[in-house]
Design a binder for this molecule. Structure first.
Ligand code: ZN
Ligand code: ZN
Length: 286
């Protein structure tokens, strides 16, 4: 029985859609938990999963786009309010994302000072920013007894850098794409992974709606199906769904386009709080 799972804390995009929090993915191995990105509503999704912010042992950020970052200050400040006084390790590619993380609490200095004096609790130490140069080929950027984390640069131009992450634990391998077009870099990172959580954009549908600029830097569903098949991933989980599905038919359209691309493994169209054990049949929670 594996003790490695991946949970979608948010499957949305910048546009608010009922039931879909901002982008975020939770990777757990036993009691250890890592959050990848923290979009709007992430802290609420964690609470619904029975987790407090101090339960997060690592935050990994993919790129500097607000939909992936607006929940980060909430996560760090709420962690402090919930009694997490040690600095949260934050992985970030060097550049705008790392700068954002270093300045995260600047706007909250007065609030922090008043709470600190009022409650007598120690001041938060701010995030422990672990910046790395975004690697052109998959490279290890962090390791512990629970997981080895690798990163690779992805293709989300003009937003640079942007990275994907892979978590190799003793009981499974999980890859989270962040935002990217379908690219060889994620294919290399995802090779043989148990679970690939990948952003998905129905390119033809988005272009029909006059939103070519969105399709230009996101992952086309048909191309994604072909890539995931080549990479040989056991389960493909679609997230960051564009356009957001509002009906079962909308969700089925994502799946059928990925199948048209050639993917034959287990395929799940993401919903918030979907939890997938690495290497075992998928389980829906909540
Ligand atoms: Zn995004
Ligand atoms: Zn983005």
């Amino acid at each position: 029985m594996t003790d490695t799972t991946v949970t979608l804390t948010g499957t949305g995009t910048p546009l608010p859609v009922p039931g879909r929090a901002g982008p975020g993915t939770l990777v757990r191995r036993g009691d250890w938990a890592a959050q990848v990105d923290a979009g709007r509503g992430t802290v609420l999704r964690l609470a619904e999963l029975g987790l407090g912010c101090p339960d997060i042992g690592l935050l990994a950020l993919t790129h500097h786009h607000s939909d992936h970052l607006v929940g980060v200050a909430d996560l760090v400040l709420t962690r402090w309010v919930q009694g997490g006084f040690d600095p949260l390790p934050v992985l970030a590619p060097e550049g705008p994302t790392a700068r954002f993380a270093r300045r995260l609490l600047d706007g909250w200095a007065d609030d922090i000072e008043i709470r600190r004096r009022h409650t007598g609790r120690p001041a938060p130490q701010g995030p422990d920013v672990l910046a790395f140069d975004p690697p052109a080929a998959p490279a290890v950027v962090w390791r512990s007894a629970d997981a080895e984390v690798s990163a690779v640069s992805v293709r989300h131009e003009p937003v640079e850098p942007a990275v994907a992450y892979r978590f190799d634990t003793p009981s499974g391998a999980v890859v989270v794409s962040g935002d990217t077009r379908v690219c060889a870099e994620v294919e290399a990172l995802a090779r043989g992974a148990d679970v690939l959580v990948h952003e998905a954009c129905r390119g033809a549908a988005v272009r029909e709606r006059g939103k070519r600029f969105i399709a230009d830097y996101h992952a086309d569903t048909v191309e994604l199906g072909a890539m995931a098949e080549r990479a040989g991933v056991g389960t493909l989980v679609l997230t960051h769904l564009e356009p957001a599905p509002r009906t079962d038919e909308d969700a089925a359209a994502f799946a059928s386009e990925v199948r048209r691309g050639g993917y034959t493994g287990r395929l799940l169209v993401g919903e918030d709080r979907l939890t997938v054990p690495a290497g075992e049949p998928a389980v829906q929670h909540g």
